[in-house]
Design a protein around this ligand. Sequence first.
Ligand code: DAT
Ligand code: MG
Length: 141
Amino acid sequence: MSLKTLLMIKPDGVRRGLIGEVLRRVEQKGFRIAGMKMLQFDEARAGEFYQEHIGKPFYQTLVDFITSGPAVALAVEGDDEERLIPEVRKMMGATRYWEATPGTIRGDFAHHLTMNVVHGSDSPASAERELGIVFEPNEIL
Ligand code: DAT
Ligand code: MG
């Protein structure tokens, strides 16, 4: 089975009606969507998902935000496994929204440090871990 990564439209993106916009960009670029689901994070799943950020000053803000409404998770696959994660991260744009290049999702839509429309795994290990938190194995096709 080839490498897949998690790209997730966070609750602000869902509230703002950006599901289709993100999907369009992913499909337009030529990635394959191998899994897709809407889900509501609870505190426990948010803690597991954001475990790398436990102890940081913005951690609780992040948990409150991710549990604030439904998110839409995509399992994304590309032809080039080596470049899949950096490519998806590039398409998302920089975490610091004021540095995100126009043409990226955050560059075009994000204007808040926490509420920044999308989440994307940052390594193969985090992709595997995060996909496992969001999807059942039989939901990735
Ligand atoms: P990314 O989402 O680009 O992988 P990250 O993993 O460093 O960024 O942080 C996770 C999320 O936490 C990020 O999307 C927005 C929020 N965040 C990061 N740094 C922050 C900060 N200094 N203040 C508030 N929220 C922050
Ligand atoms: Mg991250």
